[in-house]
Design a protein around this ligand. Structure first.
Ligand code: ADP
Ligand code: ADP
Ligand code: ZN
Length: 251
């Protein structure tokens, strides 16, 4: 049995950077995954991307894999039940509730947000902050059309904005980069429509809980990163020493 966590863990004030529990919201291509990777490394928290978990499940095959692939390739959302179960199982397996984390690509519906809140409550935890990456359509289209991903380690690049050192090859693991099936133009349009339909209520859900902070997703990564750190600072989610060392981080 998991023993209950001390009450103090649920309080935001005094939380240290490696205990932060964050959500990144924004349209496909907003740069959530790219920033989550940098932020997770520097804050020393886990990065949970449901898109990556789902693509891994597709690669593992079976009936479930085939079913998930149909949703992903057509740009539809995977049903709430499936994605919630996958994420919560993985987080519980890895003992992930004990550390801070960044959720990227989840939640995508109010139902997912509610279920995740209930899971947090069972652990006597709550979210610290939800960032909304408000991103303009031309920027989204440019980013998705130039996105190339590593099928092995999932790292994402951009042919112009964030190119790998050697064209077409992953810096981290040497695998050949690919374009995602669902980054084709027709599917992208459908994904953006779905995002438009689901996002307003989701943003409202977190707004009502005082957790929402909006940032300009069109900005470059370094400016976005610095903006996020200053928001942590303003909300007393990090100490001033942590803020200074996070702002000085380069790797
Ligand atoms: P992007 O990086 O473009 O936002 P993701 O990698 O997050 O895309 O997601 C790719 C696809 O995986 C989505 O179009 C959807 O089919 C599925 N997916 C990912 N996360 C979720 C989720 N939280 N709920 C439902 N479907 C999801
Ligand atoms: P998301 O996870 O929101 O779908 P990604 O992080 O995969 O988005 O980024 C989409 C594409 O845009 C990738 O090719 C990535 O290299 C590039 N990218 C991400 N953030 C930025 C940024 N701030 N400025 C320019 N390009 C970016
Ligand atoms: Zn790789």
């Amino acid at each position: 049995m998991v023993s209950p966590k001390p009450e103090a863990d649920t309080a935001s004030a005094g939380a240290s950077a490696n205990r932060l529990r964050l959500v990144l919201l924004g349209p496909p291509g907003a740069g959530k995954g790219t920033l989550a990777e940098v932020l997770a490394r520097r804050l020393r928290v886990e990065h949970w991307a449901t898109g990556d978990l789902l693509r891994l499940a597709v690669r593992n095959g079976g009936v479930l894999g085939a079913e998930l692939k149909r949703y992903i390739d057509s740009g539809e959302l995977v049903p709430d039940e499936l994605v919630i179960r996958l994420l919560l199982d993985r987080m519980s397996d890895g003992g992930a509730w004990q550390t801070g984390f960044i959720l990227d690509g989840f939640p995508r519906t109010v139902e997912q947000a509610r279920q995740f809140d209930m899971a947090l409550q069972r652990q006597r935890l709550r979210l610290d902050l939800v960032f909304h990456f408000a991103t303009s359509t031309p920027v989204i289209i440019n980013r998705l059309s130039g996105r190339r991903v590593c099928p092995r380690c999932q790292k994402s690049y951009h042919v112009r904005n964030i190119p790998p050192k050697k064209p077409g090859v992953c810096d981290q693991c040497g695998e050949s980069l690919v374009q995602r099936e669902d980054d084709r133009e027709a599917t992208v349009r459908h994904r953006l429509e779905i995002y438009g339909a689901e996002s307003a209520l989701l943003l409202q859900y977190y707004q009502e809980r005082g957790l929402l902070a909006e940032v300009n997703g069109d900005w470059d990564i370094e400016l976005l990163y610095r903006t996020l750190i200053s928001i942590f600072d303003r909300r007393a989610l990090v100490t001033s020493a942590e803020r200074d060392s996070l702002l000085a981080a380069t790797s």
